[in-house]
Structure formats: C-alpha cells, structure tokens
Design a binder for this molecule. Structure first.
Ligand SMILES: C=C(O[C@@H]1C=C(C(=O)O)C=C[C@H]1O)C(=O)O
Length: 115
C-alpha cells in the first residue's frame, strides 16, 4: 500500500483523483524549475570561469570578500521581498561562491577549468 492509498482510505474517489492530479501538476512545475536552475547555474559558471581566467592572467586573488559582502546584502534584500528566507538565500550563495573560488584556485594553480 502506498502513502496515497493510506491517505485515500475513507475519502471519496473523486477527491483522491483530484489530489493526485494536483500533485502531478505541482511536480511538473517543480521539475521545470529545477531544470531552469541547472541551466542558470551552468550559465553563471561560464561567466565565473571567464573571471577566473582573467584573475589568473593578471595575478588577482581568487576570492573577493568585499564583492561577496555586497552580493550577500543584495541577495538577502531580494529574498526578503520575494518571501524567501534570507538566511537560506545567503547560505545558497555562499555554497556556490565557495565552489567558484575553488575553480579559480585550480585555474590559477593548473591553468585549466576544473570541471
Ligand atoms: C566571480 C568572482 O570571484 C569570486 C566568486 C564570486 C561569485 O561567485 O559571485 C564573487 C566574488 C569572488 O569571491 C568575482 O570576483 O567576481
């Protein structure tokens, strides 16, 4: 028995069917958004890779903490306006930036894209 079957016990069949349709529709939207996020992240990394090459060519440091502080403040404000938890938005950005800095260090040390 699935969790849907369990929840369905005692409910009119049309309510169960409607709930299943809604669930499928929500999941289709979630899958579309996840696909868009992957494409956006790939696009972001293509820009940060170019930044990493420029930095390596000109002896600039991989990380720029003052730029990061500005980005975090901006993103927290945007998240707040959008009804998203600003702490989550900051953690998400930090997670990405940490990976970008790792790429920049690798480009500096090995002269190549780490992926
Ligand atoms: C991309 C850069 O390098 C690093 C990565 C950042 C990012 O992913 O947004 C921001 C600042 C830097 O620590 C940059 O300096 O602009």
């Amino acid at each position: 028995m699935t969790s849907t079957d369990t929840a369905a016990a005692g409910e009119p069949p049309q309510d169960v069917e409607r709930a299943q349709q809604l669930l499928l529709s929500e999941r289709r939207s979630i899958d579309n958004i996840d696909a868009a996020l992957v494409h956006l992240l790939a696009e972001r990394f293509s820009h940060t890779q170019r930044v990493g090459l420029l930095k390596a060519e000109h002896g600039l440091p991989p990380a720029d903490p003052s730029r990061e502080q500005e980005q975090i403040a901006h993103l927290r404000a945007l998240a707040d306006e959008a009804g998203l938890d600003p702490t989550f938005a900051e953690a998400f950005l930090r997670f990405i930036v940490t990976e970008v800095i790792r790429h920049h260090e690798r480009i500096r040390d090995e002269g190549s894209d780490p992926r």
